[in-house]
Write a protein that binds this ligand. Structure first.
Ligand code: PMP
Length: 352
C-alpha cells in the first residue's frame, strides 16, 4: 500500500477472480462461463461498421436494449437498469441501499463479492450461516434489519429457493431493499422478476455472463420499482454514465432478439449437469442438487484442494474455496458433454 492510499482501505480484501492461467490450454470449468459461443446474430452485430462507430460515445441510457429487455421480461423500461456486468449493479445497490447505519445481510457461504462491496462502502455485514446441509433458511432473513442480499440459486452451492419462499422474505422486510441475485436463474431457478410489480423494495439482478454467453462483453442488469431504478441511475451517472460500450450494447440487443438460442443451450447445460452429477455420484462423490450451471461436489477420499490440484495437473481447471465449510468441495462449471467426459475420466484416474 502506498503512503497515499487512504487508511480506510487498509483492511479491504479485494475480490479474487477465478484464475486464468496462460501456461497451457486448459478445459476451463472454473468461472461459470458458457461453453457455447454467442448466438449468430450477436456475432454478426459486432462488425467492422460498429467498430468504426467507436469514435462516438455509446448511448448512456441504453434505450434500445432497455426496451427490448423490458419486453422480454414483461416489465416497463423504467423498471430496468443496465450495467457493466451484474457486479456493477450489485455495487450500486450496496452503495444506494446500505450504509454505515443500514447493514447488509447475507449468507456465510455465498457470492464472495458481497462482503467486498460491504467493506468497500463501510457497510456493516450481518452474516447468517447456511444450515449444515448448505440450504438457506428464508426465516433467518425475516425483519433482517438491513439490506438483504440473496443469490438464488446460491453460489457456490447451486441450491435454489422458490419464489414463494423469497416473497415471504421481501414481504417481511418492508423498510429495507431485498436484492435477489439471479446470475444463475436460467439454469432451473424460479425468477422473482414478476414480484417487482408487487413490491417496491425488491431488486432483482441478472447477467448476460452465464446463460447469455457474454461474460467477456460485461453486461448485466437490475429490475425493480421505478424509484429504485432512478436511485441506481443517479449513482451510475455520478460514476461513469458510459459504462457499457457500443459493441456490448449491440451484442446485448441481438442476444435478446435470439432468446430461444440461449434457452436451448441452458436446457443442454441442464442435461449435461444431470449426466455429470450421476457420473460423479457413481464414483462416490457427494454432489449437491444444483439449479445452476455448476455443481458443488465433495470427492470421496481427498480434500477439495487435492482434487483441484490433480485436475489442474491434467489440464482441467475447477474452483476450490479454502474456507472451513467449503474446503472439502470443488465447484465445477458445466461445460460441453465432451468437456465433462474429459473431467469425469480425469476424476476416475485420480480417485482410482
Ligand atoms: N452474482 C453471482 C452469484 C456470481 O457468481 C457472479 C459471477 N462471478 C456475478 C454475480 C457477477 O457476474 P458478472 O459481473 O459477470 O455479471
Amino acid at each position: 500500500m502506498s503512503k497515499y492510499m487512504q487508511s480506510r482501505f487498509a483492511s479491504l480484501e479485494a475480490y479474487v477472480p477465478g484464475e486464468q492461467p496462460q501456461d497451457k490450454k486448459y478445459i476451463k470449468l472454473n468461472t461459470n462461463e458458457s461453453p457455447y459461443p454467442p448466438s449468430p446474430g450477436v456475432l454478426a452485430a459486432v462488425n467492422a461498421g460498429e467498430a468504426a462507430k467507436l469514435r462516438l460515445y455509446p448511448d448512456p441510457e441504453c434505450k434500445v436494449l432497455t426496451k427490448k429487455l423490458a419486453a422480454l421480461l414483461d416489465v416497463e423500461p423504467e423498471n430496468v437498469f443496465i450495467t457493466n456486468g451484474s457486479d456493477d449493479s450489485l455495487n450500486f445497490a450496496f452503495m444506494a441501499f446500505a450504509g454505515p447505519e443500514t447493514p447488509a445481510v447475507f449468507a456465510d457461504i455465498t457470492y464472495g463479492f458481497y462482503k467486498v462491496f460491504a467493506q468497500l462502502h463501510g457497510i456493516p455485514a450481518r452474516v447468517i450461516p447456511l444450515k449444515p446441509d448448505f440450504t438457506l433458511d428464508p426465516a433467518d432473513y425475516y425483519n433482517a434489519g438491513g439490506m438483504v442480499v440473496i443469490a438464488n440459486p446460491n453460489a457456490p452451492t447451486g441450491l435454489p429457493r422458490t419464489r414463494n419462499e423469497l416473497e415471504e422474505v421481501i414481504r417481511r422486510n418492508p423498510d429495507h431493499v431485498v436484492v435477489v441475485d439471479e446470475a444463475y436463474v436460467d439454469f432451473g431457478g424460479e425468477s422473482c422478476i414478476p414480484l417487482t410489480k408487487k413490491y417496491d423494495n425488491l431488486l432483482v439482478v441478472q447477467t448476460f455472463s452465464k446463460s447469455r454467453c457474454l461474460a467477456g462483453g460485461r453486461l448485466g442488469f437490475a429490475v425493480g420499482h421505478k424509484d429504485l431504478i432512478a436511485d441506481l441511475t443517479k449513482l451510475k451517472y455520478s460514476t461513469n454514465p458510459y459504462c457499457i460500450n457500443r459493441l456490448t450494447l449491440v451484442a446485448g440487443e441481438a442476444a435478446v432478439d435470439e432468446n430461444e438460442y440461449y434457452m436451448d443451450h441452458c436446457r443442454e447445460i441442464m442435461d449435461t449437469r444431470k449426466a455429470t452429477t450421476d457420473a460423479l455420484r457413481g464414483l462416490g462423490f457427494e454432489v449437491l442438487p444444483s439449479a445452476a450451471n455448476f455443481i458443488f461436489a465433495r470427492p470421496p477420499k481427498m480434500s477439495g484442494e487435492a482434487l483441484y490440484l490433480a485436475l489442474k495437473d491434467r489440464g482441467v481447471l475447477v474452483r476450490y474455496f479454502s474456507a472451513p465449510r467449503t474446503c472439502e468441495y470443488v465447484r465445477i462449471t458445466i461445460g460441453t458433454p465432451a468437456e465433462m467426459a474429459v473431467l469425469v475420466q480425469a476424476v476416475r484416474e485420480i480417485c482410482g
